[in-house]
Design a protein around this ligand. Structure first.
Ligand code: U2F
Length: 455
């Protein structure tokens, strides 16, 4: 370690799916830069660690691989959350034995445990080690509330428990969340299989988070002041430390612009392009992808579409070739999203409403068309459309050619409704940038977090 004195050893447990480990490592990189004498042992699966630790990182972050729990030789069947369920079957023991290995390597006991908030059992491991637990929430505050109040919601709506929904009733259940449509609750809170490993993980997260010394979240408190107030009253120490895409030079895209998205955008008119991406794990069904493609061609909307190779096969025959040849569109398997959203040519973001995507859109002031797929995405979309007024929920909840044409025209037009959306998201963008500025709330909160892990 080049002779650096090491004063503290912090263990970090990742939830190795979707954008979770990337986000956690970004926070740890910031912490490692702010506290250079602290050594961080970062635990995730071999597959995610391989993708995460590509570039030379900070000397004080050590990589540890844990098992993904998938039996040797077993090929995943593509069932929902199958990989997550296998991982959860082994996670606690894997992390527990990993701690011993890391403590021996570093030659120092851990003084603090930082983990993805999903990993509720970290509360028990930290207690075993007699050290504080810091939970890091990658999603938003509103959706987090639904997991904290799951027991209350289940009690109040016991007749709906385990049903498949949807239920259009608007409920006023959660302090700070003035209204919520029951059908927008994440599957597993009241609808669906409440005993699935995933539902049970979220339920246990809600029950255990009050045991954390600190709960840090990738958001900024000005975005949702009422919910922040309520969560601050429930948790020992609740810190909004984001938006992470605005705070960190360590947060450069994990993959470079290898498909030349930015130079393509450079040749488009300001505010004209629809950027389309559904995050890192999920994708709408094939017929909806066809509907988007037809809407883009029929409205002649220039577009940049990040969609993995497998899903590209569902696009209409000749669509990619035609739109590439006439210059109206670009289909890529990966785009540097933050830079794309920041580009002057980008006028609308067609998204699944994943929390990082919503925050990144706010950070760039780009209104959204949302098609939530799962989990917290319906609540995020509710916020985008109904509370903040910075985007639209796709008509009928699914992409049709007609609904997509209408949404594109609505957001990209220059009429009053679109102007209002742009003004509102512009105001939130300013607040987000202020929060991470020199005296901003997130900057102060991050300093507090550094204190927590170094004390
Ligand atoms: C899960 O969400 P996802 O990881 O699927 O989606 P996001 O939270 O929106 O994060 C996607 C990230 O991947 C980046 C993008 C975001 O930071 O900038 N990205 C990119 O750079 N280039 C691409 O071509 C495509 C994506 C979950 F499904 C959600 O419901 C949760 O809200 C979320 C956070 O917990 O995790």
């Amino acid at each position: 370690n080049g002779g650096t004195v090491r004063t503290r050893h912090v263990g970090v447990f990742a939830f190795p799916f979707a954008s979770h480990p990337t986000h956690l490592l970004n926070v740890v990189r910031r912490l490692a830069a702010a506290a250079p004498t602290v050594v961080f042992s970062f635990f995730s699966t071999e597959r995610t660690n391989r993708a995460l630790f590509t570039k030379r990182g900070c000397d004080n972050i050590l990589r540890y691989d844990v098992s993904d729990g998938i039996p040797e030789g077993y090929v995943l069947q593509g069932k929902i959350h199958e990989d997550i369920n296998y991982f959860l079957g082994v996670a606690k023991e894997e992390f527990r034995s990993g701690v011993q290995v890391a403590e021996k390597d570093v030659g120092m006991k851990m003084s603090c445990l930082v983990s993805d908030a999903f990993l509720w059992f970290s509360a028990d491991l930290a207690k075993e080690l007699s050290i504080p637990w810091v939970a890091l929430r990658t999603g938003g505050a509103r959706s987090l509330s639904t997991h904290l109040y799951t027991d209350l919601i289940r009690e109040k709506y016991s007749e709906l428990k385990g049903s498949i929904g949807p239920n259009d009733e608007i409920a006023n259940l959660i302090p700070g969340v003035e209204s919520i449509r029951l059908s927008d609750l994440p599957i597993g809170v009241i609808f669906g299989d409440l005993d699935s490993p995933f539902a049970s993980m979220m339920h246990k997260m809600g029950r255990n988070l009050t045991r954390a010394t600190t709960v840090a979240i990738n958001s900024f408190q000005e975005l949702d002041p009422d919910v922040t107030k309520n969560l601050s009253s429930l948790f020992n120490n609740f810190l909004n430390i984001g938006p992470s895409n605005l705070v960190s030079k360590h947060n450069s895209p994990s993959k470079p612009d290898e498909f030349s998205c930015i130079s393509w955008l450079d040749n488009q008119n300001p505010g004209s392009v629809a950027y389309i991406s559904f995050g890192t794990k999920f994708c709408p069904p094939p017929h909806e992808l066809v509907a988007i493609a037809e809407a883009l061609e029929s409205t002649k909307t220039p577009f940049l579409w990040s969609i993995n190779k497998d899903s590209q096969t569902h696009l209409p025959l000749g669509f990619v070739e035609r739109t590439t040849a006439n210059g109206s569109g670009k289909v890529v398997p990966w785009a540097p999203q933050v830079q794309v959203l920041d580009h002057i040519a980008t006028g609308v973001f067609v998204t699944h409403g994943g929390w990082n995507s919503v925050l990144e859109s706010i950070g760039s002031g780009v209104p959204m068309i949302c098609r939530p797929l799962i989990g917290d995405q319906p609540i995020n979309t509710w916020m985008v459309e109904r509370v903040w007024g910075i985007g639209v929920w796709i008509e009928g909840g699914k992409f049709t050619k007609h609904g997509t044409c209408c949404a594109l025209e609505q957001v990209l037009s220059v009429d009053a409704s679109s102007k209002g959306m742009k003004e509102r998201i512009g105001a939130l963008k300013d607040l987000a940038h202020k929060a991470v500025g020199p005296n901003g709330s997130s900057t102060q909160n991050f300093k507090t977090l550094v204190d927590v892990i170094t004390r």
